[in-house]
Design a protein around this ligand. Structure first.
Ligand SMILES: [Zn+2]
Length: 368
């Protein structure tokens, strides 16, 4: 078993045991409506979230006579209330001029339209993130439910009679679809106040996910790509069932190793920390263990649903089950892409089998 941890949150993120060798910044998180200064012109804010993953960190960068904000919180009352307090107590009468969205999950961009309206701010996000959030919002709830039902059935999940369908529909958390003012791409530089940031595009958790790295000050705004206490959800989605997001995720971790070893990582959840290279190795190692465990288990054809106990201590239900199946398929698709596994279709159900005979303890080809 390669399960490293307990609960999957609503966003699909898992809480493994506390990571070793990370040096957290010796600062308590900012109180509601407050801020912590991390560097000249760089403030750490926290927006509460009405869910198990109960907060998102957002970053406020002083920019001439206004601010650049990284990420927003979701379109929920508790998040709007936090912003009303922050406007009073932190912004000092200066407007948000730019909103930089790391990726298109609702806790990161849900309040972008509302804040953009209030402040006259320009929304920056990757073109992919903008397009995919627009496509999601344009899909009817019925069409989405139908697509998810088909995806789950293909992966061996039988619909439970009478049970509510797995909801993949969180459109209420998006306060609309913001107009895109600018779409940064990998390698762009962004001068903000005293900072000189480089845009680093990463993938796997989300296509078109943008990090920001200030090499001079050794600061990395990591979004959800690198989190200290949580392994970011890496899922195949029903909208792209043949994708290989785990490969993108692992490639992106390798690219982030170019950041300086002493980089202060500013993650979207949890606390800022140093120990980036250790964390990158831990995250990659966690997925490699899971890949090895799957190769050992799939000596005969298995559906993604059947492999859940190999990856997770408990087989989750409802929306969490959808995320868990998505994560299992991400690992299985990776192994198929590596040639270590084969996918067979049998009456509309996909089954995965290791190509070479292998056992759980030895003989399994290394997956990555
Ligand atoms: Zn996310």
């Amino acid at each position: 078993m390669s399960d490293r941890g307990g609960t999957i949150t609503r966003e699909g993120e898992r809480y493994p045991p506390p990571p070793h060798e990370l040096a957290y910044l010796p600062l308590d998180p900012p109180p509601p409506g407050g801020a912590r200064q991390l560097a000249d012109g760089l403030l750490w804010l926290r927006i509460p979230l009405p869910m198990e993953l109960n907060h998102i960190n957002v970053w406020l960068l002083e920019d001439r006579d206004g601010w650049l904000l990284v990420d927003t919180g979701m379109a929920e009352e508790v998040c709007r209330e936090a912003w009303l307090r922050l406007e009073q107590e932190v912004l000092g009468g200066r407007p948000l001029q730019r909103i930089f969205v790391t990726h298109d999950h609702p806790d990161h961009m849900g309040l972008a339209p509302w804040l953009a309206d209030r402040h006259g701010a320009a929304v920056w996000m990757s073109e992919h993130a903008h397009r995919s959030s627009g496509e999601f919002l344009a899909t009817s709830p019925e069409a989405l439910a139908e697509r998810i039902r088909g995806f789950l059935q293909m992966h061996g999940v039988e619909p439970t009679p009478g049970a509510a369908p797995a909801r993949g529909d969180h459109r209420d958390w998006y306060g609309g679809w913001p107009a895109l003012a600018h779409a940064p791409v990998d390698g762009d530089s962004l001068a903000v106040g005293n900072g000189q940031w480089r845009v680093v595009e990463t993938g796997g958790h989300c296509r078109g996910h943008l990090c920001l790295y200030d090499a001079g000050r050794r600061l990395l705004v990591s979004g959800d790509q690198v989190l200290p206490g949580i392994s970011p959800n890496v899922s195949v989605l029903s909208s792209a069932p043949d994708a290989d997001p785990l490969r993108e995720f692992l490639d992106s971790l390798a690219r982030l190793a170019d950041c300086h070893a002493q980089t202060l990582v500013l993650p979207s959840h949890g606390r800022p920390f140093r120990g980036l290279h250790r964390r990158l190795a831990d995250l990659a190692g966690h997925h490699r263990e899971q890949l090895d465990a799957l190769l050992g288990f799939c000596t005969e054809p298995r559906t993604a649903f059947e492999v859940l106990p190999v990856l997770f201590r408990r087989v989750p239900r409802g929306f969490h089950r959808l995320l868990a199946v998505g994560e299992a398929v991400a690992h299985l698709n990776f192994l198929c892409g590596s040639g270590a596994m084969e996918r067979r279709r049998d009456g509309g159900v996909a089954r995965f089998v290791a190509v070479a005979p292998s056992g759980p303890s030895e003989g399994a080809p290394r997956a990555a």
